[in-house]
Design a protein around this ligand. Structure first.
Ligand code: GRF
Length: 212
């Protein structure tokens, strides 16, 4: 039976290495039953948009600052995702607060990759290198990455996948970020997209279950 392909939109703000991991996983067949139908950035200079262009994926730049408020921005994003018949929104290094109206319209259909083991080192102000600085300042011996569903609070929705990464003596935030990306983020996000595309994820309250 030819299952309907899952259409995903990937939201980016920076280099797009997590987007590239998804692009490569679709190309290699690691991700089945999924099409990257759209890439959206809030920054026109984001290299992630170049990656989309190179992969022949439609890309758009939508700046939240061009809207009077979060509601108007959320409505515009909802309309764009509906126009592209998006099933799943993937936040991959997307440094924009998702408006409540978008969370409601896409309840349990928005996932985010965060570079720590939530609920540690997350929430407002914890992004990019700041996350790894916090891990090093705390003296953690283990960190990692988390893929979670997005709800109305930052880095708070049902956790889908996590992977631990060792913190090593002499790590700088940059070295640690690279290790977390290579050993965790770039594995987990494609795996999460694949699981959801195969209909193997079920959310009950605050818990996401993976059906084998
Ligand atoms: C990185 O800090 C990564 O840990 C987080 O988003 C930032 C940019 O990632 N997920 P990317 O290279 O743009 O995917």
């Amino acid at each position: 039976m030819n299952e309907k392909k899952q259409r995903i939109a990937v939201c980016v703000s920076g280099g797009g290495t997590n987007l590239q991991a998804i692009i490569d996983a679709v190309a290699s067949g690691k991700i089945t039953n999924t099409e990257i139908s759209l890439v959206v950035s809030n920054k026109k200079e984001a290299y992630a948009l170049e990656r989309a262009k190179k992969a022949g994926i439609p890309e758009k730049c939508i700046n939240p600052k061009d809207f009077p408020d979060g509601d108007a921005f959320g409505k515009a994003m909802t309309e764009l995702f509906e126009e592209y018949k998006i099933d799943l929104i993937v936040l991959a290094g997307y440094l924009v607060i998702i408006p409540e109206i978008l969370v409601k319209n896409y309840r349990n259909r928005i996932i985010n990759i965060h570079p720590s083991l939530i609920p540690a080192h997350c929430g407002m102000g914890y992004y990019g290198l700041k996350v790894h600085e916090s891990v090093l300042n705390t003296g953690n011996k283990v960190t990692g990455a988390t893929v979670h569903f997005v709800d109305e609070q930052a880095d708070h929705g049902p956790i889908l996948l996590q992977k631990a990464v060792e913190v090593k003596e002499g790590d700088t935030p940059e070295i640690l970020q690279k290790r977390v990306m290579e050993e965790a983020e770039w594995q987990l996000l494609p795996e999460a997209v694949n699981l959801i595309g195969q209909g193997r994820v079920k959310i009950e309250g605050q818990i996401a279950h993976i059906i084998s």
